[in-house]
Design a protein around this ligand. Sequence first.
Ligand SMILES: Cc1cc2nc3c(=O)[nH]c(=O)nc-3n(C[C@H](O)[C@H](O)[C@H](O)COP(=O)(O)OP(=O)(O)OC[C@H]3O[C@@H](n4cnc5c(N)ncnc54)[C@H](O)[C@@H]3O)c2cc1C
Length: 444
Amino acid sequence: MKSDVDVIIIGAGAAGLAAAIELQSTDLTFLILEARNRVGGRAHTDQNTFGETSIDLGASWIHSYGPNNVLYNYHNTFNIDSHKNQRHGSIICVDYDGKPFTSETFIQARSIYEHLDSYISYNKNDENDQSIEQVIQSEYERLVPSHGPVKRLVDLLLSGCEQYEAGNFVHLSANQWGVGEGTGSDQWVSSGYGKLLEQIADKHNLPIQLNTLVTKIDTTNNERIVITTMNSTSKISCRRVIITIPLGCLKSETILFEPPLPDWKRQAINHMGLGLMNKLILQFPQHFWDTNARSFLHACNERRGRFRSIICLPPPANILILFVSGIFARELEALTDIEILEHIMKFLRQIFSETIIPDPINYKFTRWAQDPLAYGSYSNFAVHSSRHTIEKLARETSNGRVQWAGEHANIDDGTEDWSYGCVHSAFQSGQRAAKNIRDQLCTS
Ligand SMILES: Cc1cc2nc3c(=O)[nH]c(=O)nc-3n(C[C@H](O)[C@H](O)[C@H](O)COP(=O)(O)OP(=O)(O)OC[C@H]3O[C@@H](n4cnc5c(N)ncnc54)[C@H](O)[C@@H]3O)c2cc1C
C-alpha cells in the first residue's frame, strides 16, 4: 500500500474520478481510496442479472445533455452503440385501472397543475420557508375535486416533481421550487451510466485502491493528514484530502474527524435534504404491454405517486423498471423481495387487467437507503436548506487542507446550467475541489 502521497481522494464515484483526472495535469502524487469493489458509486450498471441487457441500478440519464455538459464528450466517444439502443415509443398515461384519461380530464388537470406550479413560485417567502405541501394545501383543496380522475391526474403531475426530487412535498422547500435543475434535455445512457464511468476511469488509468473503507481523517498535525482505513494496520498520510463520500454517509458520520468538523459544516450536513429513489426491475419471458410504449405513467387512488412511472424495455429484453421514491420507497425497502414482488404483480395485474401476466424470470430491487456506502439516493432541498447550504457543504475546512466534493457540493456558478444532485454535477464538484488543491500546491 502506498503510504505517502500529496493528495488522497476518498470515493471513486463521479466526483472522485473527476478530481483525479484534474490532478493528472499536475505533478502531484495522488490516490483514490474506494470502499466498494468497483468504481462509479451511485452510477452502477448491472451487467449480469438480465442476460444481454445492461441495467443501471442508480443513475441512468445524463441530465442537461449538450456540449456544455462535462460528460457530453465522454458519452459521444464511448457510447458507440447508442443509436441502436435508444428508447423509442410514446409515454402512455393511464388511470389507476389502466384506462386512458379523456382529453377533457387532461386539459382540466393540466391547467390546475400549472396554476399550482405558479402559485408555489409566487408564494416564495425568504423570511419564512415552508414545505411545498404547506404552501399549496389551501389552493389544492380549493381547486382539486376530492376524488375522481381529475384529482388522480393532478396528483400524478405533482408526483412527477416529487419523483424528480426523490422526496415528498411535506419535506421539500417551497423557496427552492425549480432551483438547480439545469436546462436542456435528458439523454438515456443505453449501455449504462455506470459503465460510462468505468470507461472514463479506465481511459485515464487512474490510481484507485478498491475495497478500502476510510474510517478516520486526522488533521491535527499541521504537516500531514493521517487517514485510517478499515482492515489495515498501516495509515496513509497526505498533504491534502478530497472527500467525496455521499451526503448520507456524512449524515450517518461514517468517518470520524479528528478534530471534529466545525459546527457550520455539521449544520449544513444536517439541513440538506436527502432523497430516496429505488428501481424495481423485472424481466419477463415475453412482453405483455404495448411495445409502442416507452414508458407508462400511472395515476393512483391511494396516496400520491406510488408506482408512478414504469420504463419499458422492449423485446428481446422484456424488462419493466418501476421507479419508486420518497416515503413509499422507504416503506418498500422495509419489505422482503417476495413481499415487494407480490405488491408489484398485484399492481401490474390491475393495470394490465385484460392480459395474462407471466411471472418474471429475473428481478432485482435496489435499496439505496440501506446501502452503507450511500444511505440514500441523492440530495434535495429540504425546508430551510438553500444554495447557501450547498456552498457550506462544498466549503473547505482545516485551512483548505480538506476539500469537499460530491453531487451535494456543487456550488452555484450563476449559470442557468447549474445543477446539483446528479452525476455531472458531482463531476463538476470534483474538478473544482482538485483545482483548489492545484492552486494551493502548484506554482505554475
Ligand atoms: C436510483 C438512482 C437514480 C438516479 N438517477 C440519476 C440520473 O438519471 N441522472 C443523474 O445524473 N443522476 C442520477 N442519480 C444521482 C447520481 O447517481 C448521483 O448524484 C451521483 O452518482 C453521485 O456521485 P458522487 O461522486 O457524488 O457520489 P457516489 O457516486 O456515491 O461516490 C461516492 C463514493 O464514495 C464511496 N465511499 C463512501 N464511503 C466511503 C468510505 N468511508 N471510504 C471510502 N469510500 C467511501 C462510495 O462507495 C462511492 O463509490 C440517481 C441516483 C440513484 C440512487
